[in-house]
Write a protein that binds this ligand. Structure first.
Ligand code: MG
Length: 400
């Protein structure tokens, strides 16, 4: 085969199931050979699209598809300023598409390019939420009956049930939550769920960086006897030096990373062994190329992977998670928000969940196709993002 070059780069935006999804398609000079990558940044998808179409496309057209490592660094440095979420997602779309192409050229799934399988399927965790404690328990039993052994429990989402906020008149509109009530509710939640399901099941929890650092330490210590599999985002990235204090205070396993963009945000946490699970959003850090290196770096320090797997990741992005999960020796767990029937129809070859494990297909590359005609029937949502307009009981804005 003569040198295969990038002939065109296109962006496909779609919203089939409630989240804006962005997929980059690279077409090559080899007839029929193309790759797909996930560039989903649901709340700024037009900015990502513009970076791909106006900056990366002219930079890359005519270049060989072979040297992914070099192209990644070229994209990362091309704007001089780097490591931002918009540029990282744009780079990710191209990066994953190049890995998809390389797999197709080698007639190998991406996990084979990475070194093959450490396991056949990746264990997942599902989300059990509820408006009452018994509703949470019902949802835990429902997932357990489906073979899921790891379940994230939340009581009233990430903010608890604030019954009497006593917010000052004329306060701004927003999503209000009460950290104190959240903490009390979460303690009741773990006590109730453990009393109902026992300890023969792994329970996880996500604080979504909504409490103060010292409260996070107190909460982790209080939850330690309930043996959480991990506690996620107890602290915001801005307060990450508190992880040293947290580590000295208790042995509850710690997971963080979905907000990270820059290697400087994770290197010291890993090298100092302050966390147990890294759970970055792979497109958010720039794609499979940096995520592969991050997994290998973590292995040296006994940190496991738990890649972010929410609804605002395309099936191509989920596949990138799962191909790494299957390969990495230090895989820990995979968050799984599900791929519904419409998504599976739009993206033939999507990863499949069976009995608590998710499996990639064994076709070359990521083995996923995209029905572009169907995607065009589901336009993106351009309304102002509301769920991130979070406020404390006194009306102060606080991160979501
Ligand atoms: Mg989370």
């Amino acid at each position: 085969m003569s040198i295969v070059k990038i002939r065109d780069i296109r962006v496909i935006n779609t919203n089939p199931s409630g989240a804006n999804l962005t997929v980059v398609k690279i077409e090559t000079t080899e007839p029929g050979l193309y790759g797909l990558g996930c560039a989903t940044f649901a709340y700024r998808y037009k900015a990502v699209t513009l970076v791909v179409e106006e900056y990366l496309r002219p930079l890359l057209i005519g270049r060989s598809v072979a040297d992914i490592e070099d192209l990644w660094h070229l994209m990362n440095g091309n704007a001089y300023w780097r490591n931002g979420p918009i540029s990282n997602n744009a780079i990710s779309g191209v990066d994953m598409a190049l890995w998809d192409i390389k797999g197709k050229m080698a007639s190998m799934p991406v996990y084979d390019l990475l070194g093959g399988k450490s396991r056949q399927g990746a264990a997942v965790y599902r989300h059990a939420d509820g408006a009452t404690l018994d509703e949470v328990v019902e949802n835990v039993h429902r997932y357990k009956a489906q073979g899921v052994r790891h379940i994230r429990i939340q009581f009233g989402g990430y903010g608890g049930k604030a019954s009497s906020l006593n917010t000052p008149p004329h306060s701004a509109d927003g999503i209000y939550y009460c950290p104190d009530q959240y903490i009390q509710n979460t303690l009741k939640l773990f006590d109730h769920v453990r009393s109902q399901v026992g300890f023969d099941l792994e329970l996880l929890h996500d604080s979504h960086e909504r409490i103060s650092p010292v409260d996070a330490v107190r909460l982790a210590k209080s939850l330690e006897p309930y043996r959480p599999f991990f506690l996620e985002d107890l602290l915001s990235p801005e307060q990450d030096h508190w992880y040293e204090i947290l580590r000295q205070q208790c042995a509850a396993p710690i997971a963080i990373g979905e907000l990270f963009n820059n290697p400087q945000e994770w290197t010291h946490l890993i090298a100092k062994r302050l966390i147990d699970f890294i759970r970055v959003h792979i497109s958010q850090i720039g794609g499979l190329t940096p995520a592969r290196k991050l997994a290998i770096f973590c292995e040296q320090f006994g940190v496991k992977t738990a890649w972010h797997g929410p609804g605002d990741v395309s099936p191509v992005g989920h596949a990138a998670n799962v191909h790494l999960d299957i390969n990495a020796h230090n895989f820990g767990i995979q968050e799984w928000s599900g791929i519904d029937d419409r998504l599976a129809e739009m993206f033939p070859g999507s990863p499949m969940l069976l009995n608590g494990y998710v499996y990639p297909n064994n076709k070359p590359g990521f083995g996923i196709e995209l029905d572009e005609k169907m995607a065009a029937r589901f336009p993106c949502d351009d309304s102002v993002t509301r769920w991130t307009q979070t406020r404390l009981p006194d009306g102060t804005y606080n991160t979501p």
